[in-house]
Design a protein around this ligand. Structure first.
Ligand SMILES: NC(=O)c1ccc[n+]([C@@H]2O[C@H](COP(=O)([O-])OP(=O)(O)OC[C@H]3O[C@@H](n4cnc5c(N)ncnc54)[C@H](O)[C@@H]3O)[C@@H](O)[C@H]2O)c1
Ligand SMILES: [Zn+2]
Ligand SMILES: [Zn+2]
Length: 354
């Protein structure tokens, strides 16, 4: 089959095979795969992974075959793929925190064969390929009427951005919000804050061309981080600062801005992923004296089997934008064009069609 392999360079290859589903696993034909900045981060070394690696982690498709013990998914089902691969049985899973499940990190498997050698999965999903094989818990069945291009984005960008707002920050009606970086993740944070009833949503981006789409997604204000000091500019709009800030870039300097703009009692949510050794600084008194906090958020602190259906419902009612996130679709052969278009700020999300 065809797929995109990272092996120190990008190889769009036909010399790739996926094994069949084992117990509690399902094989999925990938219909669409969004390209997230974390895919770029694999290539530039920000997110190190063993190679050869079958790329991609934000996808949707159609179930082809199920392994023994699979009961909730059947061939022909349309599914959103989620990256966690949580066990469903540990303390964390049982208490509704699958992102804390120890099964979800560091268990890189090799269900692929690339040029005759075992190849690794990226983020338990590997969707830049015609077929993949995932745990049953990673395939969330959706209504087949939902276009799979739109659905593919739920698998990372939507769950991460919207989940951080709903599950981690718990943004409420009348709250004020600043979102730093309005790419695929940040735009979902913006629209989730709008849905949650935030009264003021300031989008901050280093690319002024992002203003129009940020406002379409619910931003009430836009700050061009390249042209102006973002903290001073937000203070002009909201002199007391914001109740919730979201760092969706992955840069310690931006994180500092997101902390400095907090109102008394406000929380900064870290979503962006810098290199593993990156450190950031802040004034301790700026947190302790006025009850401000900094929280990490992995995968929107999502509960996939709860949150995916919520997003699908809202989308079908016209209350959650998915189609508008898909700026362009590309064949797998053009994966490097997607990366270039992302770097040039030309796409909200570029989507690969295997
Ligand atoms: N925590 C998680 O579970 C999780 C999941 C997925 C992605 N991520 C991370 O989230 C981050 C964003 O991913 P994405 O796919 O939205 O990326 P993207 O490339 O689509 O968007 C990034 C945006 O940030 C803007 N930007 C760059 N520098 C900036 C600056 N100094 N100030 C303000 N804006 C700036 C860019 O113009 C762009 O619009 C990445 O670091 C990615 O690895 C984290
Ligand atoms: Zn992602
Ligand atoms: Zn678990």
């Amino acid at each position: 089959m065809k797929g995109v392999v990272w092996n120190g360079k990008i190889d769009v290859t036909e010399d790739l095979e996926a094994r069949g589903p084992g117990a509690n696993e399902v094989s999925v034909r990938i219909a669409a795969a969004g390209v997230c900045h974390s895919d770029v981060s694999v290539i530039d070394g920000t997110i190190p992974f063993p190679t050869p690696l079958v790329m991609g982690h934000e996808g949707a498709g159609v179930v082809e075959e199920v392994g023994s013990g699979v009961t909730k998914v059947k061939p022909g089902d349309h599914v959103v793929l989620v990256t966690l691969g949580h066990c469903g049985q540990c303390d964390a899973c049982e208490s509704g925190h699958p992102t804390h499940c120890r099964d979800t990190f560091g268990k890189t498997s090799q269900p692929f064969t690339y040029k005759g050698e075992p190849a690794y999965m990226f983020a338990n999903t590997s969707v830049f390929a015609e077929h993949t094989v995932v745990k049953e818990s990673q395939a969330v069945v959706i209504d087949p009427a939902v276009p799979l291009e739109a659905a593919s984005l739920i698998g990372c960008g939507v769950l991460t951005g919207a989940g951080a707002v709903w599950n981690r920050a718990k943004v409420g009606r009348g709250d004020t919000v600043a979102v730093f970086g309005v790419g695929g993740i940040g735009l979902n944070a913006v629209q989730a804050a709008w849905i949650a009833g935030a009264v003021r949503i300031v989008a901050v981006d280093a690319n002024p061309a992002k203003e129009a789409i940020a406002r379409d997604f619910g931003a009430t204000d836009f700050v061009d981080a390249r042209a102006t000091d973002a903290v001073a500019a937000i203070k002009q709009i909201l002199p007391d600062g914001v109740d919730h800030s979201f760092e969706c870039v992955g840069h310690p300097t931006v994180l500092r801005q997101a902390v400095d703009i907090l109102a008394w009692g406000g929380n900064c949510i870290i979503i962006g992923v810098p290199p593993p050794t990156a450190e950031a600084s802040f004034r301790v008194a700026a947190l302790t004296h006025i009850d401000r906090g900094i929280l990490g958020s992995r995968y929107g602190s999502a509960r996939p089997h709860v949150d995916v259906p919520i997003v699908i419902d809202l989308y079908r009612q016209g209350r959650f934008k998915l189609d508008e996130l898909v700026t362009r679709t590309y064949p797998l052969e053009e994966v490097e064009t997607v990366f270039a278009d992302m770097a040039d700020g030309k796409v909200a999300r570029g989507v690969l069609i295997p």
